[in-house]
Each structure stands twice: as C-alpha cells, then as structure tokens.
Write a protein of this length. Structure first.
Length: 157
C-alpha cells in the first residue's frame, strides 16, 4: 500500500462463459469457467482445490462506471418498500471499490480452468482471488438479517 492509501491489485483470472449481460437473480444454475492467467500461473496453483465442493471468489465489478459508485445510503434495487440503507449494509455492485464476493459450487478443475455454477459474475469479469470454502469459516452463532434482505435474495440463487 502506498502512503496515499492506494492499493494495486492484479487479476489472477477472468470469467469465461456464463452470462454475458449484467442482471440480478437466478444465478444458481448459471455455469461458467474461471480461467487463471497462464502468463502468471501453472496448474500447480490449483493443486488440491478439487477436493473442495465450493470456492469463494473475489472479483471486480468492472462494468460499473465510476459515476455510478455509491458512498452513502440508498434503497436496495431502488425499491421504495425497502428501507434506506448504507452501501456497506448491502451487497450491491455499485460499491466504492467495486469488489464482489461470491461463494459458488466447484464442479471440476481442468488445467487452469475452474468449472463452477452459482458465480454471480458475468463473462469477462476480472477475478482477484480464489479461496476454498471451509465450513469452519461460517459463522458459529445464529445469523440474523432484516426481512427486506431475505425478500431481495429470494430469487437470487
């Protein structure tokens, strides 16, 4: 990190296939490939990942123009029935650093390709990091959330 707080991150992969257009909902059955950058990685970088059923993927919402970034509060999806909540109290794509985080099903590893479903990122999206999902990282306490978020997520996956 530089003195001014700037952090430079280089993508490790890109999404291939899946959805071409950005739209919400119904991600569960969307299949895609996460292809590692062959100029930086060999298949060795993925050794052992195939033993996991799910992965967590950090990606960049690269199609969100800077002028659309939110830093305050808004109603999720512009729905007037839902409360005004801060950008850090929702998972919208118009975030200050345009970072997305998705937990998806890993079907198989093939060389530098990860075949997945349920990744809510579109074709061409830069992938910044990939981690195996481990049950021990799930919350140990009961998870609570507001009703509007349950309603929003009802058709997401």
């Amino acid at each position: 990190m530089s003195d001014d707080g700037t952090v430079v991150v280089e993508s490790v992969a890109h999404v291939v296939g899946g959805r071409a257009e950005v739209f919400d909902d119904a991600w569960q059955d969307v299949e895609a490939v996460i292809r590692l950058d062959a100029s930086r990685f060999t298949p060795e970088a993925l050794y052992g990942l195939d033993a996991f059923s799910h992965i967590e993927v950090v990606f960049h919402f690269d199609r969100v123009p800077p002028e659309k970034i939110e830093t305050g509060a808004r109603r999720p999806r512009g729905n007037p029935d839902w409360p005004l909540v801060g950008i850090f109290a929702q998972r919208g794509k118009n975030r200050p650093n345009r970072l997305g985080l998705s937990r998806c099903r890993l079907h198989r590893v093939d060389g530098l390709d990860l075949h997945v479903s349920g990744l809510d990122a579109v074709a061409g999206t830069p992938v910044l990091d990939i981690k195996p999902y481990m049950a021990e990282f799930a919350p140990r306490q009961e998870v609570t959330q507001p009703e509007w978020s349950r309603e929003l997520m009802r058709g997401y996956y």
